[in-house]
Design a protein. Structure first.
Length: 207
């Protein structure tokens, strides 16, 4: 019986990444992502931008399934990253939610990005004009408030009816979400801008 030797340094503890074929006994992995009807037209327009990074960089097989109204993903023998199909699924889901294609692609390049989704009613039950005014406060005139929150928190925000989707790192999502929650609860954009300026100053001092 061979004796277990304790590694002497970090280099001895490094392992080569497993390929999907090694992890799943050579079987390919597939995923089907449904496409909402209102995103089909933009999808066709942006298809080349969606197709290229998934095939050329993640080495996945992909097809647009118009009959099922979905995008079908599949690993191939060339796929090197075992997390490739999950990254691709997150990227397509972000696009489905309404994020710009270039913002959604960042999910493929960076590992610490997430999407947080919540509804206005999760914060406060509003209806009619009160709900419309809350959405108006979040977006602001000509999108100014949303743009300010995005720039300060380094996130991207999609307001889809009563749902709010935020793309960013965990810490930055919290900053954006707190600002939006204050707006939903009735704070004026001016007060939120003031808090965001304070946060922005702290972030600059930290880095």
């Amino acid at each position: 019986m061979s004796e277990f030797k304790e590694p002497q340094n970090d280099e001895e503890m490094e392992f080569e990444a497993l390929k999907p074929s090694e992890l799943a006994s050579g079987k390919s992995t597939s995923r089907r992502i449904p496409i909402p009807p209102h995103r089909l037209t933009p999808l066709k327009k942006d298809w080349l931008k969606i197709y290229t990074p998934l095939v050329e960089h993640l080495k996945l097989q992909i097809r647009m399934n118009l009959k099922k109204k979905s995008i079908d993903l599949k690993t191939s023998e060339e796929t090197e990253d075992i997390g490739a199909i999950q990254k691709a699924a997150d990227f397509i889901k972000a696009y489905n939610l309404g994020f710009d294609i270039n913002d959604a692609i960042s999910l493929l390049r960076l590992d610490d990005l997430y999407i947080d989704t919540f509804e206005i009613k999760d914060v406060k039950t509003l209806s009619g004009d009160n709900l419309s005014r809350a959405i108006g406060r979040i977006v602001g005139k000509d999108g100014k408030t949303k743009f300010t929150i995005e720039n300060t928190s380094r996130t991207r925000i999609v307001v889809a009816d009563t749902k709010i989707h935020i793309l960013g790192s965990f810490q930055n999502i919290k900053i954006a979400r707190d600002a939006i929650v204050h707006l939903i609860l009735g704070s004026s954009p001016g007060k939120v801008y003031s808090k965001l300026r304070t946060i922005s100053t702290r972030m600059k001092e930290r880095f």
